[in-house]
Design a protein. Structure first.
Length: 303
């Protein structure tokens, strides 16, 4: 999770575009890997292994900078803990909802978190809600309704409402995490933030294994290892991209992950997205990009 930056009118470096595109591919691959194991294993267990296998890459990044003792001596513990817990909730709810929706639809619903930030920021951060942003959010929420419309087809034989409710809840927790970023002290850099989140997530989800656990097969364990590695790689690539370009300028490229997710869903599970849902996804993406172009959107997905 990263700071929000204002839009500056300049040419976007091709290197940044390449980095953000590869980052979005990694995130979509994480989503597909997560769905492949979420069909057979509890969401808390999938989240635990995502944290476990993501810990070493996050630690390696932090060791390249200032010493860990210095990083954690200056840490905004309260702010980082709230941020970690909200993001952890977003991740667990997302994994829990994956078995019940086509992958492309699931990812697009979660992307509505940037629109929820618009609604929540005036309440939690005392920011002014501009009419243009309110209109963009309203259009985006219409898109969400089209994606989760009554009577839409849900995968896995589950009732249609469960998957969308879990994804909307995930988006809400993701929005709260984004808002919490604004409250964290500027001395906490992105590497420290990722490492702290992964550590807290590992402890919390580890404790929940007493409630739900299924011993993973070697193949499933390998998939969850890849999940953790690609999630951390995506975060690092995204951070590199936004060091060289603005969040608003790169925002349109963020949504390529929806295209990848839809493609993976079709290839792996034969999932298709209907015309109405496609219209809803277009409204979500369009309204989110419109907001991002005015410097209101976070840098990318939080996995």
């Amino acid at each position: 999770m990263q700071p929000v930056t204002a839009v500056r009118h300049r040419v976007v470096p091709l290197r940044s575009i390449a980095l953000i595109l590869v980052s979005m591919f990694c995130f979509a691959l994480v989503d597909a890997l997560a769905k492949s194991v979420a069909l057979d294993y509890p969401a808390n267990e999938v989240t635990f292994f995502r944290m476990l296998f993501g810990l070493l890459p996050a630690l390696a990044v932090c060791l390249r900078g200032k010493p860990l003792r210095q990083r954690f001596a200056q840490l905004d513990v309260r702010g980082q803990t709230l941020r970690a817990l909200t993001l952890l909730g977003a991740s667990a709810l997302f994994f829990a909802g994956l078995p019940y929706l086509p992958l492309g639809e699931a990812v697009s619903i979660v992307y509505s978190e940037s629109l929820l930030v618009i609604v929540l920021a005036p309440l939690l951060l005392k920011e002014t809600l501009k009419p243009r942003d309110a209109m963009a959010a309203a259009i985006g929420f219409v898109g969400v309704l089209l994606v989760v419309r009554p009577g839409g087809a849900a995968s896995g034989g589950a009732t249609h409402w469960l998957g969308p409710v879990l994804m909307i809840a995930s988006a809400l927790f993701g929005a709260l995490s984004i808002i919490q970023i604004k409250r964290i002290r500027a001395t906490d850099d992105s590497g420290t933030t990722v490492l702290y989140f992964t550590s807290v997530g590992l402890v919390v989800t580890g404790a929940t294994l007493l409630l739900a656990w299924r011993t993973p097969s070697p193949g499933a364990l390998g998939v969850m290892a890849l999940l953790g590695v690609f999630a951390t790689a995506g975060q690092l690539l995204m951070t590199m991209a936004f060091r060289e370009a603005d969040a608003g300028a790169l925002a349109p490229y963020n949504y390529t992950s929806i295209v990848w997710a839809a493609l993976f869903g079709y290839l792996a599970w034969g999932e298709t997205i209907g015309a109405v849902a496609l219209l809803g996804i277009a409204l979500i993406v369009g309204s989110s990009i419109a907001v991002a172009m005015r410097g209101k959107q976070p840098e990318g997905p939080l996995v």
